[in-house]
Write a protein of this length. Sequence first.
Lengths: 132, 197
Amino acid sequence: MSLDFFVSHYNYWVVIFLMMVGFYILISRGNLIKKIVGLNVFQTSVFMLYISMGKITGGTPPILVGDGHGGEAMEHVVYSNPLPHVLILTAIVVGIATTSVGLALAVRIKEAYGTLEEDEINRIEALVEASE
Amino acid sequence: MSIVVDIVLLTLLAVAGIALLRIRNLFAVVMLAGIYSLLSAGLFTVMDAVDVAFTEAAVGAGISTVLFLGALALAGHHENRPGHTPLLPLIVVSVTGLALVYGTIDMPGFGGADNPVHHHVADHYLEESPNEIDIPNVVTAVLASYRGYDTWGEVTVVFAAAVGVMLLLMGGRRSRAAAGDHGQAGADGQADGAGHR
């Protein structure tokens, strides 16, 4: 495996590593707030994957140089791909919306059960079912 | 040079991710999540996504940290040690991760100018948006005009989320006030009455 291949795929591999860290927090930790943090880590890793794909080496941010209507300044400029940026801008805002609903649910669960731990909630549920 | 910054930031992110996994004080976890967001904002800047970087810094490191702190203030910040063995999650995560890494082997390299992703509508946006929209920032032009429906949908989602949060938090208060009314009719009667109105 050459160094070139390593450098050109390092982004993807770290993104996958972070994605799996988030996934692992989500499925192995019992605390609901910790789960939401894991979900956020997962989400951010997807953002990084998209932005990595939009990058062009030696490119500039997609803000047009000069007046944008051609001319000699435009000829030699390489712009990175603006489309992933737009998609991820939308995704960040949707992400904060889902996070806030998740946190509100966690607060309600804490009010109703007195705990945020999944196993304790299951135990209380089982007790309630047994007593009925 | 920017590839070095890129690799350093990605490595720091991986370290922050592991720390997030291991720390059990949720207050520290939330602060670390803010640092994680800020690092990713730096990474977005290196990868030319300046609009995404400042949105992530404002929303990810700012608003989301505040929301988490608010939730911790209401719900407490201690996490129990996980009771069961994490063997099954570890296997699931490893298998999924390996499958995804296998998938990346065929992906075009990072930063290539002739990667397929750059050659559909992206060319059109870069070449025609000065004539069609006349805004220098192409991201703004695409966000507000070409893909305006996306942004409209996003606003709808934010509105739905705000309604959901308000219903969850306020609905809880009302039903608890009703329960209190039922249980202790005397002293708390006045306060519960205010809750019902």
